[in-house]
Design a protein around this ligand. Structure first.
Ligand code: NAD
Ligand code: DAU
Length: 338
């Protein structure tokens, strides 16, 4: 199996789970080691995998690695530029990696007839209104039929990459599946992202920073539940199908930050509201019925507060991993006034 982006947050958790639970699978990781990738994340499994440092947009390298997979091989494509705030500052790496990189992988799987799974995001659908009451079970969620309507350069390039996959499946018959997942949390997430940024701020004695009024809603899922869903799609998913992945974990940003402050034994109101993100999506929510009904997937981590506590403890216990990136990340945010 060729895992792209295996030194990043979700890809590394996928590699760890695969090595632990499926020792028969030979894993090759292809990762460019951008600011978001870190070989240390794969330290514990280094002897069980093959690591290749390289760019998914390098068509010759990708064609060789895909060709080497042999019968029964598969590509699981996690590599991406993944952070919305960065895409507002400099969209080019997003176009390069998310569009050209995906094109390069699609051409390689087409040439070699290899199974391909494309890891994508719910952000391709744009956002949902905040107006419906939070306790209304009938309020709107994203479904596989929701029209694409991305808001940021990040989500637009992910939407474009999904459409490339659909076209290659229909026109060239590649054996492909797509999954669109909501916001992940868990170990090894870069400190630029909301939950690790606030945990590490709290650990550093800095007040958490919440954009705008803090009312934006995200549908949180533990990274291990996301990756179990990817395995379910790889094993039993129908070729050409799109599966939405979500664990009914809707929470607004204030609820998350207040929970983190309470976990740390601090005043739940000890956060600062800062300048909002331009074009900030209001609410994401996933209808994962297809995944649940067709593939029998269920999340194992359904209580957000206990997942946040475990994640808080992980960052407290693994400072050596995140510390090298913290100062540069905060310096970038300071320039943006956030
Ligand atoms: P991440 O930023 O933590 O990791 C991305 C990895 O890709 C890094 O290791 C980086 O070095 C590598 N990479 C970047 N450009 C590359 C290139 N040109 N060639 C090779 N490697 C390259 O991202 P993540 O949060 O782990 O996201 C992984 C995937 O999951 C992405 O496709 C993202 O769109 C998708 N996704 C993420 C979330 C989330 O909440 N984080 C939710 C849904 C979907
Ligand atoms: O929905 C899936 C997407 O989730 C993935 O496709 C992206 O790769 C991933 O980064 C994530 O996107 P978001 O923009 O939702 O995640 P982020 O962690 O950047 O922000 C989560 C929410 O928290 C969002 O409403 C913005 C807000 N926020 C973020 C930061 C970094 C803050 O209020 N303060 C912050 O400091």
């Amino acid at each position: 199996m060729l895992v792209t982006g295996g030194a990043g947050f979700i890809g590394a958790n996928f590699v760890h789970a695969t090595v632990r639970e499926r020792p028969d699978v030979e894993v090759v990781v292809l990762d460019k080691l951008t600011y978001a990738g870190d070989r240390a994340t794969l330290h514990d499994v280094a002897s069980r995998i093959t690591f290749v440092e390289g760019d998914i947009a390098d068509t010759a390298l990708v064609r060789k690695l895909v060709g080497d997979l042999g019968p029964g091989g598969a590509v699981v494509h996690f590599a991406a530029e993944s952070h919305n705030d960065n895409s507002l500052h400099d969209p080019w790496p997003f176009v390069h990696t998310n569009l050209i990189g995906t094109y390069s992988l699609l051409e390689a799987v087409r040439a070699h007839g290899v199974r391909y799974h494309h890891v994508s995001t719910d952000e391709v659908y744009g956002d949902l209104p905040l107006s419906e009451p939070a306790d209304d079970p009938a309020r709107e969620k994203f479904t596989p039929d929701t029209p694409y309507n991305p808001s940021s350069p990040y989500s637009a390039t992910k939407a474009g990459s999904d459409l490339l996959v659909r076209a290659w499946a229909r026109s060239f018959g590649i054996e492909a599946t797509i999954s669109n997942c909501s916001n992940n949390y868990g170990p090894w997430q870069h400190v630029e992202k909301f939950i690790p940024r606030q945990i590490t701020n709290i650990l550093d004695g800095v007040r958490p920073k919440v954009y705008g009024a803090g009312t934006n809603v995200r549908d949180w899922i533990h990274v291990d539940d996301h990756n179990r869903a990817v395995w379910a799609v790889l094993g039993r998913g129908r070729t050409g199908e799109t599966y939405l992945i979500g664990a009914d974990g809707e929470a607004n940003n204030l609820r998350v930050v207040r929970a983190l402050l309470e976990i740390a034994g601090q005043d739940a109101d000890a956060y600062d509201l800062v300048a909002d993100r331009p074009g900030h999506d209001l609410r994401y929510a996933i209808d994962a019925s297809l995944l649940r009904d067709e593939l029998g997937w269920r999340p194992l981590h359904s209580d957000l507060e206990s997942g946040l506590k475990a994640t808080f403890d992980w960052y407290r216990d693994n400072e050596a991993w995140w510390r090298p990136r913290k100062a540069a990340t905060e310096a970038k945010y300071a320039q943006l006034g956030r």
